[in-house]
Design a binder for this molecule. Structure first.
Ligand code: ZN
Length: 308
């Protein structure tokens, strides 16, 4: 397990090669981790499909570990090592615990977000025409906390095994600890996310999905980011005969963040986004046998999102 690697050290040529080059030239031997202090054997893996919600999703080609040895603990492709690096700059939002695990203090982040919310909501109300372009990046602790969150979202998108962070991170939400899987929801777990946040709205969560559109919403003075929903014919009926379809909408209150998402999506052709937010829920019937499970997120800061 570890972080997906795009280039490796090729011992026969004493050089680095990309995964595309290795695949093209059919090089499968003498390849090692790109990090000098590590150099465990790796092998190229061609891009392949993974089926998620009855849809085929492309997993890009990358080098994966060959054999049983994990990356050296100081290697930048070692997930735990990456978390250690993130923890160093996190102002205690992330710290390592005795049993080789990490504790993410969501309660610290949440209380800073709540403090900030009051001032930012005033700004949104006062600028009646356009969403605010003002950033809140300079607010010391909150900026640093959200930066930590953004780095962790990036790491989650790069690990070879989706479950790895679940084994490494626990979250402190105040009165109790929750698991990473209760906090982070990939697109195949949007329904579980709805069920969880509907009854546990005390802490924010991270949701990952495919971008559908992002447009100016004049009525609410923000940009509305929609994530792709599953098609009705792909959703099976529950026991009561009703199809329940998760539907996710994120209100982006900062124009520069909205433009950043649009640019990444439309120009750089990046399809996926992870965002970190409190979630509000509501369910709405559609036709006789369809119920939309609506989830609403709220973004003010550039570091609340990660597009990839
Ligand atoms: Zn390594």
């Amino acid at each position: 397990m570890g972080v997906k690697m795009k280039k490796a050290y090729f011992a026969k040529g004493d050089c680095f090669i990309t995964v595309e080059e290795a695949l093209d030239k059919q090089i499968r031997e003498a390849l090692f981790c790109a990090s000098e202090n590590c150099r465990i054997p790796v092998t190229p893996r061609r891009s392949h499909f993974r089926e998620i919600n009855h849809k085929k999703k492309v997993i890009p080609s990358h080098f994966m570990i060959k054999g049983k040895r994990d990356h050296d603990s100081d290697c930048c492709y070692n997930t735990e090592g990456q978390l250690k690096i993130i923890a160093k700059d996190s102002e205690d939002a992330l710290s390592s615990t005795d049993n080789q695990k990490f504790l993410l203090r969501l309660n610290l982040i949440t209380s800073e977000m709540k403090k900030d919310k009051d001032s930012s909501s005033k700004d949104v109300q006062s600028s009646s025409k356009k969403p605010s372009t003002k950033t809140y990046e300079n607010k010391g602790k909150l900026n640093s906390y959200l930066s930590t969150m953004s780095k962790i979202m990036k790491l989650q998108s790069e690990v070879e095994n989706n479950q790895e962070l679940n084994q490494l991170i626990k979250l402190d939400v105040g009165r109790k600890q929750v698991r990473w899987s209760q906090f982070f929801y990939n697109e195949d777990r949007h329904r579980q996310c709805y069920n969880y946040v509907h009854t546990n709205s005390i802490h924010p969560v991270c949701i990952c999905g495919e971008i559908s559109s992002i447009e100016l919403n004049k009525k609410f003075n923000c940009y509305s980011l929609k994530l792709k929903k599953r098609k009705l014919n792909e959703v099976s009926n529950d026991e009561d005969g009703i199809k329940r379809v998760p539907s996710i909408l994120v209100n982006v209150y900062n124009e520069s963040v909205a433009k950043h998402i649009k640019y990444k999506n439309e120009v750089e052709q990046l399809k996926n986004i992870s965002f970190f937010s409190f979630i509000k829920t509501s369910s709405k019937p559609y036709l006789k046998d369809v119920l939309y499970l609506n989830m609403y997120g709220f973004v003010h800061h550039s570091k609340q999102i990660y597009v990839f």
